[in-house]
Design a protein around this ligand. Structure first.
Ligand code: NAP
Length: 281
């Protein structure tokens, strides 16, 4: 099968990391293109990965099988409007990673459904650990326009930098944003607090840091490599009358479950608000 041509609009953090992931997966560099206004960023991308770069979005996406929108939400409408004729003429898969951008809004900008073959649209929500190829992303395919091959192409791009899941209800992208999109910060917060508590209890800062980070990494690795649910793993390391039990009881007495649920719901509500603003822009 012919290697597909992937064209990235936006070569910033996410664009660069997806390009790096695809190259790492063996995707040929001559089939990857990136456009961005910053010549230095483009030079780095070209030198590091050998990909074709340019600052003209229209020529970058000409002939591409997949166009990846990797620009900030503030500029995405202008970017799409600038390339819309090429999209309509060539009908590549449009994969948007723009946070909060609903497929319905993108559809409105690209062109209404029902007038001949449509430009297929997939929306994805990656997260920052994609930068170290340990991301978690959810994807949503617009109903009706996206075929099996499009799904596979979109998934292969996100899978190059981590794990993927599909959601079939676009409203769940706000939940995903609250969980895995913002999630790295929750774990950073916990690490920060554990490390600080360790230091306040007498550990050297560098020891507290190493012990905290390796514990977080080890716990995540154990959970990922096991079929056992987290609650059971926790029970297995919580001996009755032991130290862990005391700590867990303290967390629970302080209402950790309701804090976590409230925090995620607040993030989800904010994601909905930001998405609505983008739709009105
Ligand atoms: N980073 C994450 O962890 C993460 C997670 C989930 C979703 N996302 C989404 O991914 C998208 C990109 O995020 P990012 O962190 O990669 O942002 P970023 O580092 O700012 O990258 C965006 C790039 O697009 C460039 N750009 C601006 N206007 C352009 C135009 N007209 N044509 C082509 N390129 C243009 C920017 O250049 P200038 O800087 O010169 O303007 C910048 O290099 C965002 O929509 C964000 O919501 C990011």
């Amino acid at each position: 099968m012919r290697e597909q041509i992937f064209a990235f609009i936006g070569g910033g953090n996410m664009g660069r990391c997806l390009v790096g992931g695809l190259i790492g997966d063996g995707h040929p560099c001559e089939h990857l293109r990136v456009s961005d206004p910053d010549p230095e960023r483009l030079q780095v991308l070209h030198e590091r990965f050998g990909v074709r770069t340019g600052n003209d979005n229209r020529s970058t996406i000409a002939g591409a099988d997949v166009v990846i929108l990797a620009v900030k939400p503030q500029v995405v409408r202008a970017v799409v409007e600038d390339v819309v004729e090429t999209l309509r003429a060539q009908r590549p898969l449009v994969l948007s990673i723009v946070a909060g951008l609903h497929t319905g809004v993108l559809r409105k900008w690209i062109g209404p459904k029902g007038i001949g073959p449509e430009v297929p649209i997939v929306r994805a929500m990656p997260n920052t650990p994609a930068l170290v190829r340990s991301g978690a992303a959810a994807l949503y395919a617009e109903a009706g326009s996206v075929g099996r091959g499009h799904r596979d192409s979109a998934e292969s791009i996100l899978r190059a930098v981590g794990s993927t899941v599909w959601v079939e209800d676009e409203a769940l992208m706000d939940t995903v944003t609250a969980l895995s999109g913002s999630g790295p910060a929750y774990f950073f917060l916990l690490m920060e607090l554990i490390e600080r508590a360790g230091v306040s209890m007498g550990l050297a800062p560098e020891s507290a840091r190493l012990l905290t980070l390796q514990t977080a990494f080890g716990a995540a690795k154990m959970a990922l490599e096991s079929e056992t649910p987290a609650a059971v793993l926790r029970a297995q390391v919580t001996s009755p009358g032991g130290t862990t039990e005391q700590a867990i009881k303290t967390f629970q007495d302080c209402g950790i479950e309701s804090i976590v649920t409230r925090a995620l719901r607040a993030a989800e509500a904010r994601s909905r608000e930001l998405g609505a603003c983008l739709g009105e822009s």
